[in-house]
Design a protein around this ligand. Structure first.
Ligand SMILES: [Mg+2]
Length: 216
C-alpha cells in the first residue's frame, strides 16, 4: 500500500483511543460524584462490564435513563490517544502532509466533538474532514458516511478505512472498493470482535498496532 497515494479515514472510539480507559472512566467518575457513590463501588463500576448493574446492586436507586443522562453530561478532561495512534498521526503529518486524513465516527455531535477536543485531534483532522453520523443523518450501517467523504474529496480510489467494529466499520467500505483495516481488540474494547459476520463485513487486514499501517 503506497501511503502517499492514499486517503486515510479513521474511526474514533477504540481505534484512536481506548473508550473504556479514557472516556467511560471519566463519565463513571462523574456519575459517582453526582450520586455520592462510595470509592469501592466507583472502582467496581469502572472495572466491570455493566456499571449500571454494579451501581444499583450496591444499593443506589437510579433509573437507567437518569444514569445515562448523568453519564453523558460529564465535562471531559483531556484524554490520551493510544500511543501508536499519536505516533502514526504525527508521522503522517510530518512525512506525508499531502495525505488527507478523515475521521468518520458514529454518535451524537456534541459528545463526539467533546471527545475530539479532549483528544486534541484538531491538530490532525481539518474540520471539513470530520464526519459525525448525527451531523449527516446517517451512520455506518449505511454507505452514506463513506460516500460523503468520497464526494467531499471528489475522489473514488485510494481510500482506506481503519476501525475496530466488525459489525459496521468494514462492510460498506469493502463494497465501495476501500482498503479496510481492523485494529485488533487487546481485550479492553467496548465492542467484541469475536462475532460471526458475513465475509464482506470482515476487514482485509488486521493489525495490532496502528503504526503497522505504514508497512502494509
Ligand atoms: Mg470504534
Amino acid at each position: 500500500m503506497d501511503i502517499s497515494n492514499c486517503i486515510l479515514a479513521f474511526d474514533l472510539d477504540d481505534t484512536l483511543y481506548s473508550e473504556r480507559a479514557q472516556y467511560a472512566r471519566q463519565c463513571l467518575q462523574h456519575v459517582a460524584r453526582q450520586l455520592g457513590v462510595d470509592a469501592a463501588t466507583e472502582a467496581a463500576m469502572i472495572s466491570g462490564r455493566n456499571p449500571y448493574d454494579t451501581l444499583t446492586q450496591s444499593g443506589v436507586s437510579v433509573s437507567l435513563d437518569r444514569f445515562k443522562e448523568i453519564y453523558r453530561s460529564a465535562e471531559l478532561s483531556p484524554m490520551q490517544l493510544r500511543p501508536d495512534a499519536a505516533l502514526l498521526l504525527r508521522t503522517l503529518r510530518e512525512d506525508y502532509p499531502q495525505v488527507p486524513l478523515y475521521l468518520i465516527t458514529d454518535g451524537d455531535s456534541r459528545r463526539q466533538r467533546a471527545k475530539i477536543a479532549a483528544l486534541g485531534l484538531a491538530d490532525y483532522f481539518a474540520d471539513p474532514r470530520i464526519i459525525i453520523s448525527e451531523e449527516i443523518g446517517h451512520d455506518k450501517h449505511s454507505p452514506m458516511p463513506f460516500v460523503h467523504a468520497m464526494a467531499r474529496e471528489n475522489r473514488a480510489d485510494g481510500w482506506v478505512y481503519v476501525g475496530d467494529n466488525i459489525r459496521k466499520d468494514f462492510h460498506y467500505p469493502n463494497l465501495l472498493g476501500w482498503t479496510t483495516i481492523m485494529l485488533a481488540d487487546d481485550g479492553s474494547n467496548v465492542h467484541s470482535q469475536s462475532v460471526d459476520v458475513p465475509a464482506d463485513y470482515r476487514p482485509q487486514f488486521t493489525i495490532k498496532s496502528l503504526t503497522e499501517i505504514l508497512c502494509l
